[in-house]
Structures are given as structure tokens and as C-alpha cells.
Design a protein around this ligand. Structure first.
Ligand code: PGA
Length: 253
């Protein structure tokens, strides 16, 4: 299974800093280890530029969101087919910030995932429990509901094209990280849910860890059996840190 390091830039950078960050990554793209997949998800206005700068390298460009409809009167929205038309290859869906600030439900996230799959794009599907869910011992149930609620409708070949990310909400942008045991236990749980669809789904779908992942904790997190890399927020904005995470991912191969 490949190891994936994906950078979620969120609503950060401007044209100049985005271009500089991409250039720094492109310059080092030649040293990405075999079996490591690097993905960056800049904000919408910089996606075309990212696709152009990353052309011919092993860095894949992803969006951070899309609308579920193919086209139409949805002012301010961006469709999966638009993303495809500019060379974007993947898109994050179900991030906890979209769930929290934009009230995205599991059903809606499922529709967005379907729209991406219909266009041949790779959905990077995020799920994860809040602090109170973990404290009350409901964390496995919450993640099960999120996965079943959004992904229950898909066929095995469709599921095999999805990347999953476990992002405990209490660890995102907080500096708190799940312990390697907490991460492994949840990833194993998610893998067992995939297994219900058959062994090939469980074997092929990567499960990334997200939540304050950085060069000082990545080695132990990426070293876990069911952790197939990371979805990185803050540390993806600093080329040196992100490249170090890419290097650490290479150690798993
Ligand atoms: P963080 O964000 O690395 O800044 O915690 C992770 C994410 O939201 O994907």
C-alpha cells in the first residue's frame, strides 16, 4: 500500500506565497520515495497555478471542497467537473470544518463524494469524533455512523478509489495529537468497516491520520500498521516541514 502525505492549506496563502510554496515542493519532488504519493490542496484561486507548476512531477493537486451538482444556479459554488477541467485530480470532502461551519451532513458529503467519483476524481473523505464523543466512549460509533452515512451507497469499485482520513476533531489545529495507539485503534476499526465490503476494499483504501501531525510525531504515527500517511494542515504551509513529512513517509516503504 502506498503512503500518502496530503497538505490541506485551508484558507491560507495568497498568490505569491502559494507560488513560492509550490515551487519549493516542486524543486524537491525528484526525491519523493517510490511508493509515496504527495498531494497538495491549495485554495480554489490557486488551483490552476498549482496544476501548471506541478505538471510532470509526482505531486497531485486536490481541491478542498466541491458542490454536489454537476452545474446550475448555485452562486459561488464550484463543481467537480470544473475541477476536473483544470486538471485537479482529487478533492477533500467531509472535513470537520465543513461539517461544523457549513453544516455539512453525512448525506450531503455522500453526494459530494458521488459527484467526484462520477468525474473520475479521488475523494479524500474525512471523518472523526469530537472531544466529548471520545470522553463518553462514543468515538467508534461516531466514525462508524459518518462512514456508513456517507459511503454506504457506493459499490466496491467506487470505494476502492476513495482515500479515507481519520481526523479526531480535538486534534485539529490544537497541537494535541492522537497517540499512536489511539490512531492505530481507530484506523483498524475503519479498516474493519471496509472489510465488510470485502478484502480488496480493505486492502486498497488508504487511511490517513490528520490532526496536528508534524515532523516530531509523524514517525510514530506513520509507523502504525493501519496508518497509510497523513492529512496535514498547519505543517503543510511550511515547505521544510511538509518535505520532512514526505521524507518520513518514505521510511515506511
Ligand atoms: P492540522 O490540520 O494539521 O493543522 O491539525 C489537519 C487538518 O485539518 O487536515
Amino acid at each position: 500500500m502506498r503512503t500518502i502525505v496530503a497538505g490541506n492549506w485551508k484558507m491560507n496563502t495568497d498568490r505569491a506565497s502559494a507560488a513560492a510554496l509550490i515551487s519549493a515542493l516542486v524543486k524537491s519532488a525528484g526525491s519523493i520515495a517510490d511508493g509515496v504519493q504527495v498531494i497538495i490542496a491549495p485554495p480554489f484561486p490557486f488551483l490552476s497555478m498549482a496544476v501548471e507548476q506541478c505538471a510532470g512531477t509526482r505531486i497531485m493537486v486536490a481541491a478542498q471542497n466541491c458542490h454536489q451538482a454537476e452545474k446550475g444556479a448555485y452562486t459561488g459554488e464550484v463543481s467537480a467537473s470544473m475541477l476536473k477541467s483544470i486538471g485537479v485530480q482529487a478533492c477533500i470532502v467531509g472535513h470537520s470544518e465543513r461539517r461544523q461551519y457549513f453544516s455539512e451532513s453525512d448525506a450531503l458529503i455522500g453526494e459530494k463524494t458521488a459527484a467526484l467519483l462520477a468525474q473520475g476524481l479521488i475523494p479524500i473523505f474525512c471523518c472523526g469524533e469530537k472531544k466529548e464523543d471520545r470522553e463518553s466512549g462514543r468515538h467508534y460509533d461516531v466514525v462508524t455512523e459518518q462512514m456508513k452515512g456517507a459511503l454506504g451507497r457506493f459499490t466496491n469499485p467506487e470505494l476502492e478509489r476513495i482515500i479515507l482520513a481519520y481526523e479526531p476533531v480535538w486534534a485539529i489545529g490544537t497541537g494535541l495529537t492522537a497517540s499512536k495507539e489511539q490512531a492505530q485503534d481507530m484506523h483498524a476499526h475503519m479498516r474493519s468497516l471496509l472489510h465488510m465490503h470485502g478484502p480488496s476494499v480493505a486492502e486498497r483504501v488508504p487511511i490517513l491520520y490528520g490532526g496536528s501531525c508534524n515532523p516530531s510525531n509523524a514517525e510514530s504515527l506513520f509507523g502504525q500498521h493501519d496508518v497509510n500517511g497523513g492529512l496535514i494542515g498547519g505543517a503543510s504551509l511550511l515547505a521544510e516541514q511538509f518535505l520532512e513529512l514526505v521524507r518520513i513517509a518514505g521510511m515506511k516503504q
